[in-house]
Ligand binder design. Structure first.
Ligand code: TEU
Ligand code: CA
Length: 562
């Protein structure tokens, strides 16, 4: 069954984390006018859509993923006029804007929650999830994603409210039709303003197991809530209702951030009939070490192997074929920098391996997402102490596992942060080699990565062989070659421990991709064979090649006719 052709399958998306992208007024915090000023840079890169992390009013307990007013702009980011100007400028450059929809929870400062907590019979009480104490304590043993119990006692009414994230992010009760009405009205309000879609924050968590059973204790302290909050009993009903009442009325890109999603669930969330969402983000390749040689929870000192990453991505490429549409990503604001996690961020191999990773992902089937700075080969940073941390997830984990339970040595936890802390992705965008990398004329809210003097957009734009121009070529190739967008995926060299290879086939065209994930030359004649069959090189991160060899981190793509 050929894929239905539609713009968001042919697009390349660029994610902006506004707080760290560009500061236009010297307060050390990125803002909307800073984005507007840099739209021509994104037009030069050639991307089609910007996914904007939340810009709504928020107390910033979780940097905007705790919303106190869905119809107002966060004061630090600017005004609604600034937003409208950015939207208009983006559209004039042919760039669409996708908003971040955070409706699994609100801020505890949202008017709905301020009312809800006032009394047990307040009209807004059932907008949230309240439970009586169990034996005088929390209703169950669930751990929040940000450490500690997922339940907070509210003295005024002697009941606990659920917060899967911080205690300042109470979960909305989607079983309440009034909540769904409020959310759908708000979404319509933004669509009427002319935005082009939504990335839906933890959308797989909006329907909970009504029994709220205890979870398995995995860290010796709290229970794992994942099986009881992800892909719950009514999640597809709610999304089909959202689709009927809002999404189907506009021409939107929709992508669900689906923590805990499986292939079978993804076939529902992103079904080809289009009754729910366009696509989902899955987390199997980024959570690979969540079930293995970790220090505790997600915190790890190791990195995933190429065969393990390949097994996950190939499974999603093959099993969604003809059923649902894939998203493709290495990076986002919650993940460490791709070149540090999956590539090699040493001065010798950083750019070559960044280009190899880009090739490996962007030649796959699905909609590719580029996270701000990924196009420069920006790297993880280094955490000298807790004082360098800004993200509630790592700060709370440090407090729980190092300070409170003495399960992890401080130095070990900081090394884990170097590997996988979310702040690795949140250091300011590196624009040039001036003070604070040209991000701000003030004091940045989070330290700039000291390597900005070597890694920055100004240097990249002056270097024809930069990672930036390599991404520009990959994006242009996707726009020009339907086989890259719609071609069927076939695994090649599946037993190699060093080479990630595959082919794509559409309407008599065949694309062959081979990527060496190691810092050593590897025997590989696949590309030579395809060239001998009349293929032509489409892109590579090396200018000169060696017969029968893939050089360290070499990526090669050959296009031919079947
Ligand atoms: O992230 C959901 C989520 O599961 C994160 O906890 C992420 O997987 C984890 O931090 C990886 O270590 C979304 C947003 O992307 C994130 O920024 C928010 O903090 C979170 O939801 C709550 O809104
Ligand atoms: Ca600012």
């Amino acid at each position: 069954m050929p894929d239905k052709r539609v713009w968001w399958k042919e697009a390349v998306i660029y994610q902006i984390y506004p707080r760290s992208f560009a500061d236009s007024n010297g307060d050390g915090i990125g803002d909307l006018n800073g984005i507007t000023e840099h739209l021509p840079y994104l037009a030069e890169l050639g991307i089609d859509v910007i996914w904007l992390s939340p810009v709504y009013q928020s107390p910033n307990d979780d940097n905007g993923y705790d919303i106190s007013d869905y119809r107002a702009i966060m004061s630090e980011f600017g005004t609604m006029e600034d937003f409208d100007r950015m939207l208009e400028k983006a559209h004039s450059l042919g760039i669409r804007i996708v908003m971040d929809l955070v409706v699994n929870h609100t801020s505890d400062e949202h008017a709905w929650f301020v009312e809800s907590r006032k009394s047990r019979d307040n009209p807004y009480r059932d907008y949230y999830i309240w439970k009586d104490p169990r034996d005088g304590k929390e209703p169950n043993n669930w751990q929040s994603c940000f450490s500690g119990s997922a339940w907070q006692l509210d003295e005024a009414t002697g009941m606990y409210y659920l917060h899967c994230f911080s205690r300042k992010q109470p979960d909305l009760n989607w079983e309440n039709p009034k909540v769904r009405d409020e959310v759908f009205d708000m979404m319509t309000w933004w669509c009427e303003k002319g935005i082009d879609g939504f990335r839906m924050d933890v959308i797989s968590m909006i329907s909970k197991d009504p029994a709220y059973p205890d979870g398995q204790v995995t860290d010796g302290i709290y229970g794992d809530m994942t099986p009881f909050v992800c892909n719950g009993p009514h999640v597809h009903e709610y999304l089909q209702e959202m689709n009927r009442r809002v999404l189907s009325r506009y021409d939107l890109l929709t992508v669900g951030e689906a923590a805990g999603v499986t292939i079978e669930e993804a076939k529902k969330y992103a079904n080809k009939e289009g009754t729910e969402l366009g696509m989902v983000f899955q987390f199997e390749h980024t959570d690979l070490l969540a079930a293995g040689n970790n220090v505790v929870g997600k915190w790890t000192l190791s990195r995933p192997s190429m065969p393990a990453v390949r097994a996950v991505l190939n499974k999603w490429q093959i099993q969604l074929e003809g059923e649902a549409w894939n998203s493709l990503y290495w990076d986002n604001h919650d993940q460490p920098r791709a070149v540090s996690r999956f590539g090699n961020d040493s001065p010798q191999w950083r750019e070559t391996s960044a280009k190899m990773l880009a090739t490996c992902l962007h030649m796959m089937k699905g909609t590719p997402y580029i996270y701000q700075g990924e196009e420069l080969g920006m790297t993880n940073t280094h955490f000298r102490s807790l004082a360098d941390c800004r993200d509630i997830e790592e700060i709370n984990a440090y407090r729980q596992y190092v300070e409170e339970h003495h399960m992890v040595e401080p130095e070990v936890m900081l090394r884990c942060f170097d590997r996988v802390a979310r702040d690795n992705a949140r250091t300011p965008m590196q624009w040039d080699d001036s003070l604070h990398a040209g991000f701000t004329t003030g004091t940045p809210w989070i330290p700039v990565n000291p390597n900005y003097t070597q890694i920055n957009a100004k240097a990249a734009l002056a270097d024809p062989d930069s990672v930036f121009y390599y991404y520009q070529k990959l994006i242009a190739l996707r726009h020009a070659n339907p086989v890259i967008v719609y071609g069927r995926f076939h695994e090649l060299l599946g037993d190699s421990t060093t080479i990630y290879a595959y082919e794509r086939v559409l309407d008599g065209k065949i694309l062959t991709v081979a990527c060496n994930w190691t810092d050593q030359p590897q025997q590989c004649s696949l590309i030579d064979e395809r060239l001998a069959d009349g293929g032509e090189e489409l892109i590579s991160n090396y200018k000169a090649h060696r017969e029968g060899i893939l050089q360290p981190y070499e990526a090669r793509v050959v296009s031919g006719d079947l």
